[in-house]
Design a protein around this ligand. Structure first.
Ligand code: AMP
Ligand code: MG
Length: 426
């Protein structure tokens, strides 16, 4: 689905529904899977489209299916350097006279090769009329006038059929695809030089808290440097979105309101961190509640305090926990797939695989846990501390170990589920 191209202005699909973050009533702690299913059902693309040349679309989301303008390969051609002729060759010795000339990539042979004759042919050359089979030059003796070789050789050996990769008129790529370097090769090969892509999702990032000062600024007693904002802006960039730095807001309702207003003007989605619980200084949740479009998501997960989800003047807000570890994990598990939908890329579950644990852990039922982890010697190590303020553990980790909602006792060697950060695009 796509809209017409835009010049300067952005066009946007219809707004999200006011109740898009509503949770079922009466549920105390929402399981992670239920929360994900809700997001998946309720969110849809909010970005408009534009048509751009291939040089500008790496990492962008395709807005429409792309149909091959040309077959790949366009003509039947040789897969090797060798000699071409017609048909299969039975077992035994063969001698074929060579016709004059040759067929090379970009320099096809115009004539027809008569039955029982062969022609010199190079890799990528279109098969001349009368040729459907090629023998590798290493398997041939030639004196320049004829070639000698041993069969058997099946008809069509070492030849590529026209359109064997992609047929003209077939769908080469589907809407929602996040374009990779290989996709640019495919699009080029099938004769497509410009594609309709979605505008990059603009992701506003805002930190809240009176205790925060800029990284590098003088920090008084009780003050800390804002660690979440640089992280979340960088994550948005790695996800392929356009980060929009909205700075910091103090624990002051008017200041935060102005900041959210500005963010809603400049971005398609807003990530805040801090102030998302129900305390006196938790102004993100208070403002979203006041706006009438706030849902406190109490998700049965560690790390993670309540998430405040809402719409601020029609723009979705993810009110992330202030703790950097919880902020990062909640962004990876919830905000990223949700933003994938908003960006038009569909729902992307991160790749995960089972590896033996290099640790022991006991856990009670009732919530899912994500541990900072990395793989060494084929086993998953976890960070020594589960404290959610331990930023060094985030930096140490190369992924997360996901431990299911039920009770468990994991012993060294037991399989655990590992989600590499690279699978999230980090
Ligand atoms: P809050 O969710 O506002 O109650 O914050 C929870 C914890 O996270 C507190 O210890 C905050 O100081 C800390 N915190 C909040 N925002 C940030 C941030 N941007 N960078 C580092 N720590 C933060
Ligand atoms: Mg705070």
């Amino acid at each position: 689905m796509s809209g017409p191209d835009t010049k300067a202005g952005r066009i946007a699909p219809p707004p999200l529904r006011d109740d898009c973050f509503a949770l079922p009533a009466g549920v105390a702690w929402t399981p992670v899977e239920d929360a994900l299913a809700l997001l998946r059902d309720r969110l849809s693309a909010v970005t408009g489209t534009e048509t751009l040349p291939l040089a500008q679309v790496l990492g962008r989301v395709l807005a429409e299916d792309v149909i091959a303008a040309r077959s790949n390969p366009p003509l039947a051609n040789s897969a090797v350097d060798g000699y071409g002729f017609a048909g299969a060759m039975p077992e035994g010795a063969h001698v074929l006279p060579l016709v004059p000339g040759r067929a090379a990539a970009g320099a096809p042979h115009a004539g027809t090769v008569a039955p029982g004759h062969a022609i010199r042919i190079l890799t990528g050359a279109a098969l001349p009329a009368g040729v459907d089979t090629v023998i590798l030059q290493e398997d041939v003796n030639s004196d320049g006038r004829q070639i000698a070789f041993h069969g058997p050789l099946r008809a069509g050996a070492n030849a590529r059929a026209a359109g064997e990769d992609v047929q003209a008129g077939a769908r080469a790529l589907s809407a929602g695809r996040v374009l990779t370097p290989a996709d640019l090769a495919l699009l080029s090969a099938v004769g497509v030089a410009r594609v309709a892509v979605r505008h990059r999702l603009r992701v506003a990032v805002l930190s809240t808290g009176d205790e925060l000062v800029e990284p590098g600024a003088a920090a008084g007693p009780g003050q800390i440097h804002d660690a979440n904002r640089p992280m979340l802006l960088a994550m948005a960039a790695r996800f392929g979105f356009a980060p929009v730095d909205m700075g910091r807001a103090a624990d002051d309702r008017a200041a935060l309101r102005a900041c959210l207003d500005a963010a809603a003007d400049r971005a398609d989605v807003i990530l805040t961190s801090g102030g998302a619980s129900a305390g006196d200084e938790d102004h993100v949740s208070a403002l979203l509640t006041e706006a009438g479009a706030m849902q406190e998501w109490r998700i049965a997960m560690k790390p993670g305090r309540p998430l405040a989800l809402g719409l601020w003047r029609g723009t979705p807000v993810f009110g992330l926990p202030g703790n950097p570890v919880a902020a990062m994990v909640c962004t990876l598990i919830f905000a990223r797939p949700a933003m994938g939908l908003l960006a038009g890329a569909g729902w992307q579950a991160p790749p995960a695989f089972d590896v033996p644990a290099d640790f022991e852990k006991r856990k009670k039922p009732g919530r899912r846990e994500y541990l900072r982890a990395r793989i060494r010697d084929g086993r998953a190590q976890v960070f020594a501390s589960e404290g959610s303020g331990r930023i060094s553990g985030l930096s140490w980790a190369e992924g997360l170990v996901e431990i299911g909602d039920g009770a468990c006792h994991i012993r060294p060697g037991d399989p655990v589920r590992f989600l590499p950060f690279s699978g999230f695009g980090l």
